[in-house]
Design a protein around this ligand. Structure first.
Ligand code: F6P
Length: 522
């Protein structure tokens, strides 16, 4: 602990010194810089962290922090299925979900890989049955659409994967409904034929208001066309609360289990991904899992100085804590990955947006950054002005794809040219003292992540890379990255306000809240 504190203080001091240097100048001063800060094959991904503001001394200090924080021991406890989520007394074993058959993961000593494989087989049978037209709806017609209902971790991962990998003309269309806003479920169901639509209700807890309300609306829509019994043949559920899903009216063999050792935002690899397995086919889903498993293997075995999750996390801490930069942009240069920033907002901000450590003691340095972003090149015409010339330095993760598979051939070269050029421009800038509005200060850091192609394997590896990066950061901040108590208060108060809006007894509120309730009651 004392070692870790000392390592933090040292890192922060070295970072302040590095912050006064020009990143571009470090390439000349450090002939090994590019080789030292480039990983050419981290589970198939290429990672360039040489445009980050750390000198060799800065990187050494960051790695010393990783050692003082005993990342290796924490990593071992994570993979061994020990309790890493202290406030909920649970392991976090999303790696077990993507491990190949025959793996031997244990949750607090209890073997779990057998159950994982059994559920995977159930998913596969169902997904392939639907795709082959063997599992059909109440009228005997095949399913041509799946409506996936879930929110947060039960939505963002599957939606990202679907948008990233879906065929241009899908044989089975996937729609998503997360928000309780009636416009969302209305849009998800619009134009679909109930007789050919499967509704999958996805909720780890099966108590989430939005999901239950949307699920009820979808079931009513099915029942209006097919009757109650018919509607049941069009429903499936995915949950760690199998009893709750049963009470909702989903037939037992249509309930796909997952477990309390899977965090919601880490659950894409479980049956939460069922809709993707149906829409993309089992082979693609299995390849996504394999990509995640390859990143697990990399994280589990690579030395810290060659570990992509460790280095990406340390680069973030260098900016966040060493240089006081609380915002980070994520820009995927692939429109199909436009939802990556939204996915990372939950992964990073729900996991590490916390003010106390695992023991409940206050943390005296900044934790998660605010993450925002959009696809490149679109984002270049929106918020890049501020990235280049704003008063705050905002580090950027640029995620690019080497080879494109769609559209006219020159588009891909133009796209990656923009990705490369933006990283260059952000770092080197362009001095123009005569025309200050045309002055680019430069020295703005980027991490550059390159996927060889936008394949399921590469996407799986990318998502797992960020998951492990978040873990590394959480360990060094001392955070429980797997709970999310901060979302509870608002949920509770919303229930009370809803009851009042619906005519219930007025409660005790501040003057502003009372005035809003009175206004909305009309
Ligand atoms: O927003 C809080 C949260 O609990 C997330 O962590 C979770 O991903 C989401 O709600 C949905 O929860 P559930 O899958 O239990 O419906």
């Amino acid at each position: 602990m004392a070692d870790k504190d000392a390592a933090w203080i040292h890192l922060e001091a070295v970072a302040r010194a590095d912050g006064a240097k020009a990143i571009a100048g470090l390439f000349e001063a450090e002939p090994d810089r590019l080789a030292r800060l480039t990983l050419t094959n981290a589970a198939g991904l290429f990672l360039d962290l040489s445009k980050q503001p750390w000198s060799a001394a800065g990187q050494t200090a960051a790695l010393a922090l990783a050692r003082a924080g005993d990342i290796e021991a924490h990593r071992a406890r994570l993979f061994a299925g020990e309790i890493v989520n202290a406030s909920e007394k649970r392991p976090a074993l999303h790696m077990a979900l993507r491990a190949p058959d025959g793996a031997d993961f244990k949750a607090q000593g209890k073997p779990i890989s057998g159950e994982v494989e059994a559920t995977r087989a159930q998913m596969r049978g169902f997904a392939e049955g639907i795709r082959a037209g063997k599992v059909v709806g109440a009228t005997g017609r095949r399913f041509t659409a799946v409506v996936h209902i879930g929110i947060g971790g039960s939505d963002l991962g599957p939606k990202l994967v679907w948008e990233a990998l879906k065929p241009l003309e899908p044989g089975i269309e996937l729609r998503f409904a997360a928000n309780v806003d009636g416009a969302e479920i209305a849009a998800a169901l619009a134009g679909l034929d109930p007789a050919q639509t499967l509704v999958i209700v996805v909720s780890k807890s099966f108590t989430t208001e939005e999901t239950l309300v949307n699920g009820n609306a979808a079931r009513a829509w099915l029942a209006a066309a097919l009757g109650e019994a018919g509607a049941n043949q069009h429903l499936a559920a995915v949950s760690a609360n199998v009893e709750g899903a049963g009470k909702f009216g989903v037939a037992k063999d249509r309930v796909f289990a997952f477990w309390d050792w899977v965090g919601g935002r880490y659950s894409l690899w479980s049956a939460v991904g069922l809709s993707c397995a149906i829409g993309l086919g089992w082979d693609a889903f299995a390849a996504l899992l394999a990509g995640g498993a390859a990143m697990d293997e990399h994280f589990h075995t690579a030395p810290l100085e060659q570990s992509a999750p460790v280095l990406l996390g340390l680069a973030h801490l260098f900016n966040r804590n060493g240089l006081g930069r609380p915002i980070r942009a994520v820009v995927p240069y692939a429109r199909r990955m436009a939802l990556l920033p939204a996915f990372l907002q939950q992964l990073e901000m729900e996991s590490n947006g916390k003010q106390v450590d695992q023991t409940g003691a206050p943390i005296h340095r900044g934790t998660a950054s605010a993450v925002f972003g959009d696809a490149g090149t679109t984002g270049q015409h929106a918020f890049f002005q501020m990235l280049h010339q704003g008063t705050d330095v905002i580090p950027v993760d640029i995620v690019a794809v080497a080879k494109g598979d769609e559209g006219p051939p020159d588009h891909q070269a133009r796209l990656v040219a923009n990705a490369i050029a933006q990283a260059e421009a952000l770092m080197v800038g362009h001095a123009n003292p005569q025309e200050p509005w045309r002055n680019f200060p430069g020295n703005r850091p980027t991490s550059f992540i390159l996927l060889p192609r936008l394949t399921p394997e590469a996407l799986g590896a990318l998502i797992a890379l960020y998951e492990h990066k978040v873990f590394v950061e959480g360990v060094l901040w001392g955070i429980d990255s797997f709970d999310q108590w901060g979302v509870e208060l608002g949920k509770t108060l919303a229930k009370a306000v809803f009851a009042e809006l619906e005519g219930g007894t007025p409660g005790q509120h501040d003057a502003s809240t009372t005035a809003l309730i009175v206004k909305l009651k009309g």
